[in-house]
Design a protein around this ligand. Structure first.
Ligand code: HSE
Length: 358
């Protein structure tokens, strides 16, 4: 029901007092899906007040339905078939938290074809298939939001895509993987060996299902190519990233770095010069007192150098269940608002309309 408010050309716009809830279908109830469910329930009233409407989980698709049903109660439909979920008519937005690039891609494309908006934290999917996913979404007039895909708790997609929209970006340098930063910090500060530190990162829910993606630098490369596409208005190009991981690093490398007043960080860098765009992920000596040198444990940090704003630095959790949920729910709030806006007036997927890419 709308509250009647003066309707003049310059008067206030109507306030939508009782908008229908945004109906969410959740694919997966693991680290990210479980965190999203918990935060949505815990902060339900606060989120509804900010969003102007409630956000409710209508259905969840999981492998272990009995455990999920016990967790979410009888008001939420729990399905074992994820395709059944993306085909449900009473869902406005599908939140994909299952990860990977095969089943997740099929489900996301099916959801889009069904006219549903999508929220995902799946950087591998977007780095490898973003062009196809965004083109499909554009053709169907739906939103694909992905704040949780890069440096989870840090709203870097929003900062780059909207906050720095006036700027010509010169470079983006970041610690974009929580697992490897945790491992490097444990090795450097506590002398813990690589395998033990990795096991701890896995136990804390930081690592990918396949931790090679973390330690070989591939996860950071996935995130970097999304940031680069936004920062430089170029298509996503994973093949352009020169990637090195951290598995070969030895305690003596840590010691040498320390003697030079530095720390070893898995640094992801995107910069453009007269020769073109350069993208790399590699272990790098960073002065210990620099902003990026101070980023420890599973935290992430991103330094953006741009012509008008100058240097801006972003810091926050780079991995974790509710840390990722924070970004996923922010995307849901954005979807709840923007879904009623004609597609041409929404913020473009990668900040620059796809057809204007340089
Ligand atoms: N495995 C990822 C990391 C999770 O450690 O950064 C968050 O993207």
């Amino acid at each position: 029901m709308f509250q009647a408010i003066t309707n003049t050309n310059h008067g206030p716009v109507p306030f939508h007092a009782e908008q229908a809830p945004l109906r969410v279908g959740l694919l997966g109830l693991g680290t990210v899906g479980g965190g999203t469910y918990r935060v949505l329930v815990r902060n339900q009233a606060l989120i509804a007040a900010r969003c102007g409407r409630a956000i409710t989980i209508t259905a969840i698709a999981v492998r272990n339905t009995a455990r999920a049903q016990a967790m979410v109660g009888s008001e939420v439909r729990v399905l074992s078939d994820p395709f059944a979920l993306v085909n449900q008519p009473d869902i406005d937005v599908v939140v994909e938290t299952i990860g990977g690039t095969t089943l997740a891609k099929e489900l996301v494309l099916q959801a889009i074809a069904n006219g549903k908006h999508v929220v995902t934290a799946n950087k591998a999917l977007l780095a490898e298939h973003g062009a196809e996913v965004f083109a499909a979404a554009q053709a169907c007039g739906v939103i694909v939001a992905y704040e949780g895909a890069v440096a989870v708790a840090i709203p870097i997609v929003k900062a780059l895509r909207e906050g720095l929209a006036a700027n010509r970006v010169e470079s983006v340098s970041g610690i974009l993987n929580g697992t490897t930063n945790f491992i490097l910090t444990e090795m450097q500060d506590k002398g813990v060996d690589f395998d033990k530190a990795l096991r701890e990162a896995q136990a804390r829910g930081f690592a990918e299902a396949d931790p090679h993606l973390d330690v070989q630098g591939i996860d950071a490369a996935h995130k970097l190519c999304l940031l680069a596409a936004i920062a430089f208005g170029t298509p996503i190009s994973l093949a352009q990233v020169d990637v090195q991981g951290i598995a070969h690093l030895q305690p003596r490398d840590m010691e040498e770095a320390k003697q030079q007043g530095c720390r070893i960080k898995l640094l992801a860098v995107a910069k453009r010069d007269t020769h073109g765009l350069h993208l790399s992920v590699r272990p790098t000596l960073v002065p210990a007192q620099d902003w990026l040198g101070c980023v420890s444990g599973s935290m992430n940090g991103i330094l953006v150098r741009s012509d008008a704003a100058g240097d801006t630095f972003y810091y926050g959790a780079g991995a974790g269940s509710e840390q990722t949920a924070s970004a996923v729910i922010a995307d849901l709030v954005d979807v709840a608002r923007a879904m009623h806006c004609p597609p041409q007036f929404r913020v473009p997927y990668l900040g620059t309309p796809i057809q204007s890419f340089s």
